[in-house]
Design a protein around this ligand. Structure first.
Ligand code: ADP
Ligand code: MG
Length: 451
């Protein structure tokens, strides 16, 4: 690949990488913000809940008489007293939407539970080592709360307050369990964040794939342009080498004709060489103009008149091939700016290919009309009823040197493509095997000449 092409490719790759990087950065930014929000919300709610549980535990503990606790511990409490106390705790439990209220003695035994979450008589188990130290702190008189912990699908948190003798000695601990419903909402947010993360990942992968495909497209465009440019250089070289000897042959033939042919003894044999030399010169000029990246000579031209000329010139070929041609140019098309010589090449190539695609004869239909009711573009169709183009070949149709013919060069369609592109237009193909092919060209219409 030439230097310029690899520079263009490098630049394109950089652009693509930048777009890719921006997309992925935005996704990452939103993901990180989501997680930051989630963690902050969770910490804040956790702290608020802890404060609330501690305050419930402290106020409730304040209402409970130490003699009642001693009676419970020593199992000297009578049934009525026990019932009333449990009722009291249950009311607090319900009013504060708690899971349970329980009491632990100094040996960490559960001596009462109003919510039946814990088994009375068993040792109270902390979920975390940190919480065990916190309980020890409560026994020293300092209210505290546990971390958030999970039991099954539910989250729990417990607030602790010391139950004291009037002298200040801690004889037991009151615990209040809460199952924070709002944490379920946080779990949902977490799930949404995970989903968003997965979607971002999928989106990231898809954009990488799309961008890779785009890069691949750039590369193939560049190769196309490269091939065409090398072809131009090669043919220019060959044409240059052939032209000089050809001119010598032509002028020598003319000299010989003058020298050896008397005026009254005309022999057409003497015209063959100069005529054929002229033809060859024309062919070389033609190849050169096709392959050289010549500038457009935009002038106001009449499409209908141009087509009449071409059809006239090619009609012997069509008659021989038993091909009929129809032409419908909408009257409003009139004159517009295009390079007459180059467009002539376009139609010649398309009509020749159409004839070659219909070995048993058929119809070529040419149409021109304003494209999509606007006045910006004109659409020109060249259709045939030939053998059609295989789907696989349609992609390679405009590549230089692509041919399916035994004696083809594969240049016509790439020349057509180049000329239409230079006009600022595009060409599309629709083809069905054994039914025919239609090429549609979209060209700028009523544009102002730029050259
Ligand atoms: P060539 O005619 O020398 O093969 P072209 O560039 O003109 O080269 O065409 C390339 C290929 O495109 C042809 O070989 C043929 O397979 C296909 N093609 C072009 N036009 C048509 C058409 N109207 N119908 C069927 N095939 C076509
Ligand atoms: Mg051809």
């Amino acid at each position: 690949m030439s230097n310029i092409s690899s520079q263009i490719l490098k630049k394109r790759k950089q652009h693509v990488a930048m777009v890719l990087f921006s997309i992925l950065s935005i996704l990452l930014f939103f993901n990180l913000c989501g997680w930051k929000f989630y963690l902050e919300a969770r910490n804040l709610l956790d702290e608020e809940l802890g404060n609330r549980l501690i305050s419930i535990a402290v106020t409730t503990a304040f209402q409970i008489s130490p003699t009642l606790i001693t009676a419970i511990k020593e199992k000297t409490i009578d049934d009525a007293q026990s019932f009333n106390f449990r009722e009291y705790l249950t009311t607090i439990n319900e009013n504060n939407e708690l899971e349970s209220i329980f009491i632990i003695d100094k040996d960490h035994n559960l001596i009462l539970d109003a919510g039946s979450e814990h088994l009375e008589g068993e040792k109270y188990q902390c979920m975390d080592v940190d919480d065990t130290t916190k309980i020890l702190d409560v026994f020293l008189g300092k209210p505290s709360c546990s971390k958030l912990y999970r039991k099954g699908k539910q989250m729990f948190k417990t607030g602790f307050a010391p139950l004291k003798e009037p002298c200040g000695e801690v004889i037991a601990i009151l615990g209040v369990d809460a199952s924070p419903k709002f944490l379920n909402a946080l779990s949902q947010i977490k799930n949404i964040l995970i989903l968003f993360g997965i979607i971002s990942l999928v989106f990231g992968v898809i954009s990488v794939l799309i961008l890779l495909a785009v890069i691949k497209g750039f590369i193939s465009d560049l190769f196309h342009a490269e091939k065409f440019a090398s072809l131009g250089r090669l043919s220019a070289g060959i044409a240059h080498e052939i032209r000089n000897p050809l001119q010598i042959i032509g002028s020598t033939a003319e000299l010989l004709k003058k020298r050896y042919l008397s005026q009254d003894n005309y022999d057409e044999l003497f015209d063959y060489i100069p005529d054929e030399v002229k033809n060859m010169n024309k062919t070389i000029a033609n190849i050169l103009s096709q392959t050289k990246d010549t500038l457009l000579e935009l002038e106001l031209n009449n499409l209908k008149a141009l087509l009449d000329q071409i059809i006239n010139r090619m009609s012997p070929d069509m008659e021989r091939a038993n091909v009929k041609i129809t032409k419908h140019i909408e009257p409003e098309i009139g004159e517009f700016y295009f390079d007459k010589q180059q467009m002539e090449m376009v139609f010649q190539n398309l009509i020749r290919n159409a004839i070659e695609a219909m070995p048993d004869g058929g119809v070529i239909a040419i149409k021109a009309y304003p494209y999509r009711n606007g006045n910006q573009f004109v659409a020109i169709e060249v259709g045939d009823t030939g053998h059609g183009i295989h789907k696989r070949d349609q992609k390679r149709l405009f590549e230089p040197f692509f041919t399916t013919k035994e004696h083809g060069y594969g240049l016509g369609m790439s020349i057509v493509f180049g000329i239409i592109q230079k006009h600022g237009g595009k060409i599309m193909v629709k083809s069905k095997q054994k039914q025919g092919t239609t090429f549609t060209m979209i060209l700028p219409w009523k544009q102002v000449s730029e050259s």
